[in-house]
Design a protein around this ligand. Structure first.
Ligand code: MLT
Length: 207
């Protein structure tokens, strides 16, 4: 019994465009990352979702038990739900599900990471700002056949994320076959223009 998610969809002028799947941080909504996505140019469809889990009124994409302690059963359920929803939407709105580029910040980056674990061949690329490893234990047989490029940026002064854990997560993504590009930004947990500019440059260099 999956519930539909609240979303904004804006099609690019050119048919067959890739779609930026926008996933906000805790307490955000589907409007948050639209201005950021526009900086990537006009070539992408934009699909922005609102997390359907509420933490004291703050939208999130899955439940947590504490800061950085995830309810992994809920994360699995919500990841299936989100993927299901996006697949149905691809048919309804007419975008190509094989050209999906996830772009997530914080909690949004974490459900995007869960998509990379549970659906390793779904995404064309992923941009993860301030991510954490979504599951404590990653599957032994975790492998992508698609070798999708993954951009990851962490904050050097981020006191919610241990840089060692970011490194371990990045290494695990690499071992699973993703083409990881990792950046450390001289900031905290908040998103900076440097994250945005660096990820735009990275994406433009790929396609
Ligand atoms: C999470 O719960 O996904 C992380 O703690 C990041 C956050 O949302 O603050």
């Amino acid at each position: 019994n999956y519930t539909p998610l609240t979303y904004i969809y804006k099609a690019a002028a050119t048919p067959g465009a890739s779609t930026l799947l926008l996933l906000h941080g805790t307490g955000g909504d589907e409007t948050d990352l639209i201005p950021l996505a526009k900086q990537f140019g006009e070539a992408f469809n934009i699909l922005s979702l609102r997390g359907n889990v509420s933490e004291h009124g703050m939208p999130r994409f899955f439940k947590r038990l504490g800061m950085g302690i995830f309810d992994e059963a809920d994360l699995r359920f919500r990841t299936d739900e989100l993927v299901n929803f996006v697949k149905e939407l691809a048919i309804k709105e007419g975008f190509d599900i094989d050209k999906l580029i996830a772009l997530g910040y914080s909690n949004g980056a974490n459900i995007a990471g869960s998509m990379l674990v549970m659906y390793p061949n779904l995404l064309k690329a992923a941009i993860l700002y301030r991510p954490m490893q979504p599951f404590k234990q990653l599957p032994d047989d975790w492998k992508t056949d698609r070798q999708a490029p993954v951009f990851l940026s962490n904050g050097k002064m981020d006191n919610t994320i241990n840089p060692l854990h970011t490194q371990q997560y990045s290494d695990a993504l690499q071992r699973a076959g993703f083409a990881v590009t990792a950046h450390e930004i001289a900031t905290g947990h908040q998103l900076t223009q440097e994250d945005v500019a660096t990820s735009i440059k990275w994406l433009n260099s790929l396609y």
